[in-house]
Every structure is written in structure tokens, then in C-alpha cells.
Design a binder for this molecule. Structure first.
Ligand SMILES: Cc1cc2nc3c(=O)[nH]c(=O)nc-3n(C[C@H](O)[C@H](O)[C@H](O)COP(=O)(O)OP(=O)(O)OC[C@H]3O[C@@H](n4cnc5c(N)ncnc54)[C@H](O)[C@@H]3O)c2cc1C
Ligand code: FES
Length: 322
């Protein structure tokens, strides 16, 4: 059984347990969110011993070399001494809530003013930290002037962060963020390429940012956005997205309802089924997949089988600790 040393204490790691699970089981407060190696909020550094290479997935080469790793996906193969990543690596900046607006019963638009300059691209994500240490990842739906970020936060019954944001967080409150993270954003390297955007629920947030960026940079290829929800009341930004489709020859927007009642004008079924039914060959396309982790995983596989190159599939599965 491996042992993990942290701040002068030594903890035994149970079979198949990650460093994060071990520390949390022993009531050691370590920031975390997705629990699956995506958000990087559990970044730590090994000071003695060797961590498995797999626990450094997605980290920059320079960080790997210096022993940084993700505690949630680190299953130690020997004894380790570990420390939290310092502020010089995970730089947090203060943000002020400047707007809270309900887009429907489930989705809240949150606008945050960054109190120092914050370079990012719409579609990337940030980790949002509450003062008691709770942190969760949210995608940047839009970059507005004056250093303001827009997020779309879906209400999740019993969810710690989302219910707090919806019910208690107030305009003018201060929070901290770190980031930006992820490669799910528009880049203008091939403006004639067709873009397929598939999202479920608040997975629309990064896609809206990508769509706006693509249009503002004069993208010429087709851009087709498929948004999937369980029922009609969960759709949002319908008027704005329909208007974009009406006013741009290369923009297409399909609303998809997976529940029983499907009004006219919506596809009956899942967003990824709608997309793959319409585009059976995806060779040469660039894809962006955001939202429910099962949808992202399934679509990635199917898109690859339909001819898309894996290098052209960008995704943000909204993973959560299970
Ligand atoms: C890269 C990334 C980007 C993200 N972007 C966004 C975003 O733009 N908007 C947004 O609203 N969320 C986003 N998320 C999800 C977000 O980080 C939180 O997981 C979500 O808000 C729930 O947190 P919570 O504290 O409210 O729920 P928790 O307290 O963590 O969860 C409560 C319970 O609900 C379950 N659960 C958690 N999340 C889900 C889910 N999505 N579906 C079903 N069950 C769930 C958990 O297993 C748990 O039992 C993103 C996640 C990642 C990894
Ligand atoms: S990467 Fe470890 S909690 Fe998200």
C-alpha cells in the first residue's frame, strides 16, 4: 500500500484510490472540481517519489518536468511526498459580479468583471472559487468589453455551487477565478472549413462564444449549431440564435428536444443524432462538443467513424465528481 505525505502528515492510499480521494477521505482540504483530470483545479507537485505519467495528462511540458500532477487522476505506484501548486503556477484573480440574469428557469447568465487583466478566448473555461474553498469550472460564453466575462450556470438540484450561485450570490460580491483553461475556442487558421457545434444544456455557453468569435473574424465556411435539451422550456437564446441564422447565409441552428413533447421547428431526439443524421460524412470538418460527458464521448467516437480527424475535434465534457 502506497503512502502520501502532505504538510507533515502521512496517509495510506487505499487500493485504486487517487491521491485526491485519499486526502479528502482524511479531511484534508484540497481544491477540486471535475474529478477526472480536466479542470486542473487539483494541481499538486511531487517533492519526493515519482508520479505515474498518466497523472500529468494535459499539463505543459515545463510543469511535467517540475513534478506537477493532477491529484484526482494520480494512483500512486510508490510512496510520495506532495505539496499544493503555489500561486506562481495557479494565479487566481479577483472578479466582481456585475450582472445576474435568468435566461430560463434553469440557466442563469452571470457577468463577472475581472479586477485585473485576464487574457482568454470565448469557449475556454475558468475555475470559479468560493471563499470557503469550493471550486467549479464554467465556460466563457462571451468576452465583453471592459474585462467582463459572461458565464451560463445551469441550476442543478442539490448541486453545491450552482444552487449557491442561483440563490445566494449577489451582484457586487467578490469571487476568485483561475484560468483560462482548455482549447475549445475558435481560431481562424482555415476560414473556409465547415464547423459543427453540438452542445447540451449549458454546453451552449462555449458554443455561443465560438460562434460569435467565428463570425466576428469573418469565417466563411458553414457553421451549424445543434443545441439539445430535455424539454422546450430548457432552450435559451432561441431568438438571438435564430436571428443569427436568418441574417448569415453560412449559419444554421437546430433545436433538439429529447423529451416526449416536441413542438414544430424542433428536432425530436438528441442533438448528436440530429447532427450525425444530417452530416453522415465529416471528413474535413472541425467539431466542437460541449456539455454532458456521455454525449461528448459518444459523439467523438461517432464523428471519428464518420471521417472527422481527431485533431479537429475540440471538446469540453462538463465532468463532475461522481
Ligand atoms: C470544463 C468544464 C466546463 C464546465 N462549464 C460549465 C458551464 O459553462 N455551465 C455549467 O452550468 N456547468 C459547467 N460545468 C459543470 C460545473 O463545473 C459543475 O459541475 C456544475 O455546476 C455542478 O456543480 P455543483 O457544485 O452545483 O454540483 P455538485 O454539488 O458537484 O453535484 C451535485 C450532484 O449532482 C451530480 N451532478 C453534478 N453535475 C451534474 C451534471 N452536469 N449532470 C448530472 N448530474 C450532475 C453529482 O454527481 C452530484 O451527485 C463545467 C464543467 C467542466 C469540467
Ligand atoms: S483535474 Fe482534478 S479535479 Fe479536475
Amino acid at each position: 500500500m502506497s503512502k502520501v505525505g502532505y504538510e507533515g502528515q502521512v496517509y495510506e492510499v487505499l487500493d485504486d484510490e487517487s491521491v485526491l480521494q485519499c486526502l479528502h477521505r482524511n479531511r484534508v482540504a484540497i481544491p477540486s472540481s471535475c474529478g477526472s483530470g480536466i479542470c486542473q483545479s487539483c494541481l499538486m507537485r511531487v517533492t519526493e517519489g515519482k508520479v505515474p505519467e498518466s497523472s500529468q495528462k494535459g499539463l505543459k511540458k515545463s510543469l511535467k518536468k517540475r513534478g506537477y500532477f493532477l491529484a484526482c487522476i494520480c494512483r500512486p505506484e510508490g510512496d510520495l511526498e506532495v505539496a499544493l501548486a503555489g500561486d506562481e503556477i495557479v494565479h487566481r484573480i479577483a472578479v466582481r459580479v456585475v450582472d445576474k440574469h435568468k435566461m430560463n428557469d434553469q440557466i442563469l447568465r452571470l457577468r463577472l468583471e475581472c479586477l485585473e487583466s485576464f487574457e482568454h478566448k470565448a469557449g475556454q473555461f475558468i475555475n470559479l472559487h468560493r471563499s470557503d474553498g469550493l471550486s467549479r469550472s464554467y465556460s466563457i460564453a462571451d468576452s465583453l468589453p471592459d474585462n467582463i466575462l459572461e458565464l451560463h450556470v445551469e441550476y442543478l438540484s442539490g448541486g453545491k455551487m450552482s444552487t449557491w450561485i442561483h440563490n445566494e450570490l449577489q451582484v457586487v460580491d467578490l469571487l476568485e477565478i483561475d484560468g483560462p483553461h482548455g482549447d475549445c475556442y475558435y481560431s481562424a487558421n482555415d476560414q473556409k472549413q465547415n464547423l459543427l457545434l453540438i452542445g447540451t444544456g449549458s454546453g451552449l455557453a462555449p458554443l455561443v462564444g465560438i460562434l460569435h468569435d467565428a463570425l466576428s473574424q469573418g469565417h466563411q465556411g458553414n457553421i451549424h449549431l445543434f443545441h439539445g435539451v430535455l424539454d422546450f422550456s430548457r432552450l435559451y437564446m432561441v431568438d438571438e440564435l435564430s436571428q443569427l441564422a436568418d441574417t448569415h447565409d453560412n449559419v444554421f441552428y437546430t433545436r433538439c428536444i429529447s423529451g416526449d413533447v416536441v413542438p414544430d421547428g424542433c428536432y425530436a431526439g438528441f442533438a448528436n443524432s440530429a447532427a450525425l443524421e444530417q452530416y453522415s460524412s465529416l471528413a474535413g470538418w472541425r467539431l466542437f462538443l460541449c456539455g454532458h460527458p456521455d454525449m461528448v464521448k459518444d459523439t467523438r467516437k461517432k464523428a471519428f467513424l464518420a471521417g472527422a480527424s481527431l485533431q479537429e475535434i475540440y471538446s469540453d465534457p462538463f465532468e463532475f465528481s461522481r
